[in-house]
Design a protein. Structure first.
Length: 381
């Protein structure tokens, strides 16, 4: 469904200036190397409009990644995260900024960001064992774990995500299994993806962005498809989206977090397995490998603005996800970094200054504050 129709109400618009993602049989998708302009408008407000840099390995970073370390005195850590760490919706990543900060402080540490938007443990585990271990020199991993008020939002619960771009639009969806190859993707998965954003040149992005910012009173000048194929395509894609979303909602949104903040019983393996099912083994496999092979483990909690403003917000440091990560850190003699210390430094709980309009993801000010306020000591060599 092109934003020609998506924006017909006048106040929403989303686009890239070129195809920017492609299916990958290991990670679900990779970003296409180079620089891409991404723009999003919601309710006549600019959410973001920035240039996303993608390196030689298909990840958002200003640094290219070599498989082998060129300097044995440098510590190399691989970072796994989701949209908060990937860099698709902001002009940079906290991972790159932290790497630059450590270099400026003469602390020889390379951070390689393997984060992808919308991913979680299924993708992390697959990339760890099939892409990272066979190819990369590394000294440890960093799991940048986000969790929110429902089960699906937890990175430790997420299935695989597939994203793909055509010449005119990009699409995505979640799956429990990945295609075996490109042909399998095209035949059995591609038709199940739903619209995410369109592809236009920068001139049209400027034009449509201006219209969306004007709101519902703006004159529509979008380029329409011929009526019959357009509306047949629209009906088909909406039916497909409703079916897919219903499956996702049934599987992931029906398991809400209803554990009181004061309940500490959920910080042990039995409760983690009860909560996440067999999927918790994906986390355990990664941590077991690192422990057996003398690789550092760092667990970072990515703060949720929604959890911080919940009924138990004054106790957000002891939220469900922080307790999980503290337990895992203790089990594996790992480092735990409490990302919620970022929220402590926000005056008068003015969280709106640090996240995107109409979106719980942080903006650039939020990323800068995260790097400044959170104690990352110990990561350096």
């Amino acid at each position: 469904m092109r934003p020609d129709f998506y924006s017909v109400g006048g106040d929403y618009f989303g686009a890239a200036n070129r195809p920017y993602v492609k299916f990958d049989s290991v990670s679900g998708y990779k970003y296409i190397s180079g620089k891409t302009r991404l723009c999003n408008v919601a309710e006549s407000n600019l959410v973001y409009d920035h240039i996303m840099p993608v390196n030689n390995r298909g990840y958002c970073s200003v640094f290219d990644y070599d498989f082998k370390k060129t300097d044995t005195t440098i510590k190399r850590l691989i970072v796994f995260g989701d949209s908060y760490s990937a860099g698709e919706i902001t002009d940079t990543t906290w991972v790159d900024l932290l790497r630059i900060k450590l270099a400026a402080e003469n602390k020889p540490t390379e951070l390689l960001n393997f984060s992808l938007e919308a991913t979680g443990i299924s993708g992390w585990n697959n990339v760890f064992f099939k892409e990272m271990i066979p190819n990369y020199d590394f000294d440890g991993i960093v799991l940048a774990v986000f969790g929110d008020v429902d089960y699906y939002s937890s990175d430790l619960a997420r299935p695989f995500v597939i994203k793909n771009s055509s010449a005119t639009y990009s699409s995505m969806s979640h799956f429990e299994t990945l295609p075996l190859n490109e042909n399998d993707f095209k035949e059995n998965y591609k038709g199940l993806l739903y619209y995410e954003s369109s592809v236009y040149d920068s001139r049209k992005i400027d034009q449509y962005k201006a219209l969306a910012l004007k709101g519902k009173d703006a004159k529509r000048i979008f380029e329409w498809m011929p009526p019959r194929p357009y509306f047949l395509n629209l009906i088909s894609e909406n039916i497909n989206f409703i079916r897919r979303f219903a499956r996702i909602q049934d599987k992931y949104y029906t398991h809400p977090i209803n554990v009181p903040i004061t309940d500490t019983a959920f910080a042990k393996w039995e409760s983690l397995k009860y909560y996440y099912g067999e999927k918790i083994l994906l986390t355990k496999q990664m941590l077991d490998y690192c422990q057996a092979n003398n690789k550092e483990i760092t667990l970072v909690s990515i703060p949720s603005f929604r959890l911080a403003t919940s009924d138990d917000s004054l106790n957000y440091h002891n939220n469900f996800y922080n307790r999980q990560l503290r337990f895992l850190a203790k089990e594996y003699d790992a480092r735990f970094i409490d990302g919620y210390t970022m929220l402590d430094s926000i005056p008068d709980r003015q969280y709106d200054r640090y996240h995107l309009y109409g979106d719980a993801h942080w903006n650039r000010a939020g990323i800068d504050l995260f790097i400044k306020a959170v104690d990352f000591s110990g990561l350096e060599k």
